[in-house]
Design a protein around this ligand. Structure first.
Ligand code: GLY
Length: 529
């Protein structure tokens, strides 16, 4: 079973499985295919996380998050007065972190796959070279972001004739990207990190006041770590360690484990208040303590301990919001960027991947004829303590910019097991809303007994304390609940862009797979056999 945000990419994954590949082969092939078919989010020019549950029970977390260039500086986005310069960390070559995707996918394939690099990249090459027919969901993303296709080398690919928007039924051909993929398929990661591709990116960066160097590419390395884990009502939740968002996911579960959410009722004022309180404390710790573990010491044992969860529960007043009614900042985030996909195979392997170029279409730039967008992941760092980034996250010193450091992420590819068997593969895009999405999907299934399709598609809510209001997907709550939350001290405001939590649930009774594609991204598809 393969579930991704783009129908062609799901097909690619399934074809790899049908050809005898395992879930890791399929996940790598999908990673390359999405770089072609979902260019807003799937990528070669960004980075991400892959969580693998192997059939023998071993779990592997592969961190291919971007790194700050070696010339990066703590204050690189501030003016002389110390104010954040608008757009520098999101829209320019200065926003680009050293991409990790190509090395990350290659590492996964070489360690845990069974097919050759050529075999898993070939489908992506064909999709780029011959093109694919755009469906309504594909066109919607291109049209919604059309204003970003300003540079000639971008417009020539993503606008018809370099001028007009693509329409349903048109074929999107990406010859430059096909060439880049062929180089990677034949020459391996060296083509990207030591060869022609690195040179083109560095040269475009230098021409546009960026700071990327050949050394940044030559030095880029993938990291492996032990995943984060927590037990929630008899299920084992396995997720991404820092710099990923799994710590925040597990902190929320540890706090919520002390309450009977089922008895309190789905979206009752009481259960929502407890959810929001758990979110508040988990995000407070995220923003204070988390960062790249290669650079900062993170008190993970404490943050994930049951005693700490108990201390937090003791601070929660069952009647009132903790910081009622003190809206300080605005919340301006761009929406559904990043992409998550899930794969399981018949052998018992499961893979959850979330990877990103940060904003939709990243920094909006493509280096000469490389054909792929570069990320604007540098915005995930703390540009200045106490000043919000594009996700409204007010972060601290732990996530300050340093050369070679990875920016803190919210991405939380997650696998839930029951009695050592894979039960759920999930994750989501959505910036700071990722961990709360993952928690809601899982509580919908475990606490409220929903099937995965309903669990991922129900409207969601998110609260991160700062800015101090709850964001709500349309129709998540009725007006009486909003009123009751108001009386408790919560300000609820509508919010439109939420992540597509492409997920797979395993029926533990008959071992069948239930794939669920999220309606929020209509180009997506769940395909199994
Ligand atoms: N770029 C969004 C995240 O990694 O959380």
């Amino acid at each position: 079973m393969v579930v991704t945000t783009q129908h062609e990419a799901s097909q690619v994954g399934v074809k790899i499985l049908l050809a005898g590949g395992n879930a890791i082969d399929a996940a790598v092939a999908v990673g390359y295919a999405l770089a072609v078919t979902d260019p807003c989010c799937g990528n070669l020019g960004g980075g991400g996380f892959m969580l693998i549950h192997l059939a023998d029970g071993k779990e592997v977390f592969i961190d291919f998050r971007e790194k700050a260039p070696l010339a990066a500086k703590r204050n690189m986005y501030l003016d002389k007065k110390g104010n954040v310069l608008d757009g520098l960390s999101t829209k320019s070559y200065l926003a680009v972190g050293v991409p990790g995707t190509v090395k990350g996918l290659d590492f996964a394939l070489s360690k845990y796959g069974t097919l050759s690099r050529q075999q898993v990249i070939n489908p992506a090459i064909a999709l780029a070279e011959k093109g694919f027919i755009l469906q309504a969901g594909d066109v919607r993303i291109l049209q919604a972001n059309q204003k970003k296709f300003k540079d000639a080398n971008v417009a020539n690919i993503f606008l018809k004739g370099g001028k007009n928007s693509y329409e349903v039924g048109d074929r999107l051909i990406q010859k430059d990207l096909a060439q880049t993929l062929k180089l990677i398929a034949t020459q391996g990661t060296d083509a990207f990190y030591q060869g022609a591709i690195a040179q083109k990116i560095v040269s475009a960066s230098q021409d546009n006041r960026g700071i990327l160097s050949l050394k940044d590419f030559a030095n880029y390395s993938v990291a492996t770590q032990k995943p984060i884990r927590c037990n929630y009502r008899g299920y084992e939740v396995v997720s991404s360690p820092p710099p990923g968002g799994g710590t925040t996911v597990c902190q929320m579960f540890n706090i919520l484990e002390g309450y009977n959410l089922k008895k309190l009722g789905f979206h009752s004022v009481e259960s929502l208040h407890l959810m929001f309180s758990a979110m508040l404390y988990a995000y407070r710790d995220r923003n204070s303590y988390l960062g790249d573990p290669a650079f900062v010491k993170i008190p993970l044992d404490k943050l994930l301990s049951e005693q700490y969860a108990e201390q937090i529960r003791n601070k929660i007043n069952r009647d009132r919001a903790i910081f009622p009614d003190s809206i300080k900042q605005n919340y301006s985030r761009e929406g559904t960027n990043t992409t998550h996909y899930s794969v399981v195979d018949k052998y018992g392997n499961a893979v959850a991947v979330t990877y990103t170029i940060n904003s939709n279409f990243g920094a909006g730039v493509i280096a000469s004829d490389t054909g792929f967008f570069l990320n604007n992941e540098m915005d995930d760092f703390t540009s200045k303590p106490d000043i919000a980034n594009q996700f409204g996250l007010v972060q601290g010193e732990a996530n300050i910019i340093e050369p070679g450091k990875r920016p803190l992420s919210s991405m939380s590819p997650t696998i839930v097991t029951k009695d050592d068997r894979v039960f759920l593969v999930t994750g989501s895009p959505g910036g700071s809303t990722i961990p709360t999405t993952v928690v809601q999907v899982i509580t919908n299934i475990i606490d409220y007994g929903m099937p995965v399709d309903r669990a991922i598609n129900l409207p969601r809510l998110h609260y991160q304390g700062s800015p101090n209001f709850v964001v709500s997907e349309p129709y998540a709550l009725n007006s009486k609940t909003v009123q009751n939350l108001w009386e408790k001290g919560y300000r609820v405001t509508p919010f439109l862009t939420w992540g597509a939590a492409e997920s797979i649930q395993v029926n533990l009774k008959d071992n069948s797979f239930l794939g669920a594609s999220d309606r929020r991204k209509s180009a997506g598809k769940a395909i199994g056999f």
